[in-house]
Design a protein around this ligand. Structure first.
Ligand code: R5P
Length: 262
């Protein structure tokens, strides 16, 4: 999942349906995922989407979302359980499993105990675990103090990698988390420039990459966007250089790439 050549990763997040339903521009997961897969180092999905919408010929590593139990109709999104067994994750041949933790919410303990159980099972099967430091509807908690706490607590429980949000003083979050961190994008930002700045700053501050969804596939030029992000993550491009990659790819997309069998 993390490319040895750079020590970094561009993960494509397409697991939103597990609580958001048919999210805008992810209504038909296969249509959204296929053109982007050649440029993703990892694809993050649920088992339902993996089975129904991802051609098994693709050899992109899969990050399997295994927590759920609440939908956006509920006020409290933190009431999650493990929804997919470790055995099924192994059977599906995924590279890692992911679960949300809700530090500071009503179900904090439940989500942290879920994470501990998942890490224990992961150890038995040799399956890496990602903690997702969800902030749910409480977006005001997206600050360094809160995220550093949630990331550190997850690392102490034993996860191999954490996904969190970029925030001001993000290096504080990175420095306090002794495992690799990737950042989510969150809801679609206003401009391409805003997205690329977020990615650039996160990498500068020590993130090993992104696990990003809406800011890629809700853009009118998703292939251009993922390639621009790749240039920052893997080639240390500046925002200006990445914008150029975006423009160059905008002109050439879409190009249908067939899966390669290796
Ligand atoms: C939430 O549904 C998932 O954890 C997403 O994978 C995560 O939020 C990343 O997606 P986005 O960049 O759209 O926030």
């Amino acid at each position: 999942m993390i490319k040895p050549a750079t020590g970094r990763s561009v993960m494509l997040a397409c697991d939103h349906g597990y609580f958001m339903g048919p999210t805008h521009r992810l209504e038909n997961p296969r249509k959204t995922i296929e053109p982007l897969l050649p440029y993703a180092d990892t694809l993050a999905v649920t088992r339902g989407v993996l089975r129904s919408s991802v051609d098994p010929k693709w050899d992109t590593p899969i990050l399997l979302r295994v927590s759920g139990g609440a939908s956006i109709l509920k006020d409290d999104l933190s009431d999650e359980e493990i929804t997919t067994s470790m055995k099924d994750a192994v059977r599906l041949n995924v590279s890692a499993v992911a679960l949300s933790v809700f530090v500071g919410t009503q179900h904090e303990k439940q989500s942290l105990v879920n994470l501990s159980r998942l890490v224990d099972e992961g150890e038995e099967y040799g399956m890496p675990v990602m903690a997702i430091t969800a902030v749910g509807k409480e977006l005001e908690k997206r600050d360094a103090k809160y995220l550093a706490l949630a990331c550190r607590v997850s690392a102490e429980i034993g996860v191999q990698i954490v996904k969190t949000y970029y925030c001001e003083n993000f290096s504080k979050v990175v420095n306090g988390t002794p495992v690799p961190l990737v950042v989510a994008g969150g809801p679609k930002l206003n401009t391409v420039d805003d997205v690329l700045n977020l990615v650039y700053n996160a990498i500068q501050d020590g993130a090993v990459g992104v696990d990003m969804g809406r800011n890629i596939w809700q853009n009118d030029h998703p292939v251009a966007m993922i390639n621009a992000i790749r240039s920052i993550v893997h080639e240390d491009a500046t925002v200006k250089e990445a914008l150029q990659v975006f423009s160059d790819n905008m002109i050439t997309e879409p190009k249908k790439v067939e899966p390669q069998i290796h």
